[in-house]
Design a binder for this molecule. Sequence first.
Ligand SMILES: Nc1ncnc2c1ncn2[C@@H]1O[C@H](COP(=O)(O)OP(=O)(O)OP(=O)(O)O)[C@@H](O)[C@H]1O
Ligand SMILES: [Mg+2]
Length: 304
Amino acid sequence: MVQNVAGTLPELEPEDFYLLSGVEQGMRFSEWVRKEELPEFSGLTEEEVDYRVDRCLDYGLIERKTIQYEGYSLKFEGYDALALHAFVERDTIEGFGSSLGVGKESDVFEVQSYKPLALKYHREGFTNFREVMKERDYTSDREHVSWLYTARKAAEREFEAMEALYPDVEVPRPVDQNRHAIVMEKIDGVELSRTGLEDQQVVPVLALILDEMSAAFAHGRVHADMSEYNVFVNEHGITIFDWPQSVPTDHENADEFLERDVENLVGYFQRKHPQHVPDDVDIPRVAAAVEEGDEGRIRTLIEE
Ligand SMILES: Nc1ncnc2c1ncn2[C@@H]1O[C@H](COP(=O)(O)OP(=O)(O)OP(=O)(O)O)[C@@H](O)[C@H]1O
Ligand SMILES: [Mg+2]
């Protein structure tokens, strides 16, 4: 579990952030940044580096290793602090709220702005990375694959996808992105997996989600991670979120991904509502109708 750094933020001083971004800079070249390199990366004097390193260690923002050489590495907490600081500096957010959800590879919190928003920290690459490194000589920099890079790329991809889709497709409004974090509209509602649909709502809700997938396709995107956990339902309709894995429609496997998305979604409805959704829905034909944007045919195919 990554600790929530929001409470620490007010205690941090500008020089602490210089140190953190110095470590971040150094991590572009190796997982552990040599102590001697920190003055150059951070723009701080050697004495100041000593002092700031101890503070950042105490706050749990960085880690030290002493095998082979003395080196420092950001923890996710340190990376979170840098992103959060950036959002505060540019007035994207003013305050920090409680947890909205913990995904397999993310932490989502409510944040305050002129209205409540949601902040999602991406955690991709971290667990795997640590496991891989444990098996290898972890002091070797030769196979340096940074989790910072993986997590930041995921945030960039997700933000880019939401910008391409909003407002024509029902996705949270994208607000800002920094490093591995994105800020977006906070959606009120309940995950589809936890929504108790009434009989007459089942087919219309399924059709609504397929129509949004169709609109996303028309805007050049396939979600590629569609499930009952990535759709929110409320009285106004549905919202599809969690877009970091989405692919452009000209991707060589886009059709396959779309068909798998349709299969996951329809499969969920078939299991949960067997009395309303037939078990022999022709998935490839539904996927084709989604691609063509043929809402009438989507509806006919899931009702047959
Ligand atoms: N904009 C939002 N508004 C409100 N809640 C949100 C928002 N975005 C995400 N959440 C909550 O946080 C949870 C995790 O978000 P999301 O699905 O985007 O992350 P994830 O880690 O990729 O999930 P997964 O486990 O499916 O890979 C969601 O299930 C949802 O409950
Ligand atoms: Mg999810």
